[in-house]
Design a protein around this ligand. Structure first.
Ligand SMILES: O=C[C@H](O)[C@H](O)[C@H](O)COP(=O)(O)O
Length: 233
């Protein structure tokens, strides 16, 4: 395991300390959340009773293959805890998410949870969001017009940058679990995440964006000097 993977696993292991028998859990997506699901599965084998609502088909398949009981948000519309990774963690625990393309389901699941704990290696902590391109999930109908509207909305929030249609490694357009496409916005800096989030949410064709504001209540960061737990004020 690489150093980075070991750090992700450390953060995931710490998050397990907040899991209690009987909980309904939102299960995140990505390489860090994958560690959490693996560790959770070990505890389930030892008798921990939980049910997980996965935030992607990939996580659903992983959880099922490891014997973690899964359910849908229709079956459990209120969750105790959601545990997920992030691409960036900024001030006030505002996040950029969606590097793995699961932002829409992730935001729905996190919003249905009483608490969201983010797990990450220390490199994800930033003073200002935006170096990681912001994923924006859009309907594929009229993408050219949606792009222009996004540019205007972003400009009004002080953001400028290229929008790139996300593709899979084989060159085909990346399609989300909900059948949409993703524009990755290279803003470099997002001076006012709340303003950008509001403006983007008003653009027809935008289904969701990767800014998670006031959702994470706790962030667990694993770095070379150990694990740090940050709570939102
Ligand atoms: O869509 C993917 C998610 O938002 C991930 O949680 C995020 O991209 C972080 O992934 P990773 O843990 O692989 O860095």
């Amino acid at each position: 395991m690489t150093d980075a993977e070991a750090l992700k696993r450390q953060a995931a292991a710490r998050a397990l300390e907040y899991v209690r028998s009987g909980m309904k859990l939102g299960l995140g997506t990505g390489s860090t959340a994958k560690h959490f699901v693996e560790l959770l599965a070990e505890r389930v084998q030892q008798g921990l009773e939980v049910v997980g609502v996965p935030t992607s088909e990939v996580t659903r398949a992983q959880a099922e293959s490891l014997g973690v009981p899964v359910a849908t948000l229709e079956e459990h519309p209120v969750l105790d805890l959601c545990i997920d990774g992030a691409d960036e963690v900024g001030p006030d625990l505002t996040l950029v998410k969606g590097g793995g393309g699961a932002l829409l389901r992730e935001k729905i699941v996190a919003s249905a949870a009483q608490q969201m704990i983010v797990i990450a290696d220390g490199s994800k902590m930033v003073a200002q969001l935006g170096a990681f391109p912001l994923p924006i999930e859009v309907v594929d109908f009229g993408v050219a017009a949606t792009r222009r509207a996004i540019d205007r909305a972003a400009k009004a929030a002080g953001c400028h940058g290229l929008l790139t249609l996300r593709r899979r490694p084989d060159g085909h357009v990346f399609v989300t679990d909900q059948g949409h496409v993703i524009l990755d916005a290279a803003y470099g800096v997002i001076p006012d995440p709340a303003a950008l989030a509001l403006n983007l949410s008003q653009v027809p064709g935008v289904v969701e964006h990767g800014l998670f504001i006031n959702l994470a209540s706790r962030v667990i960061l694993a770095g070379a000097n150990g694990v740090t737990v940050l709570d939102r004020a």
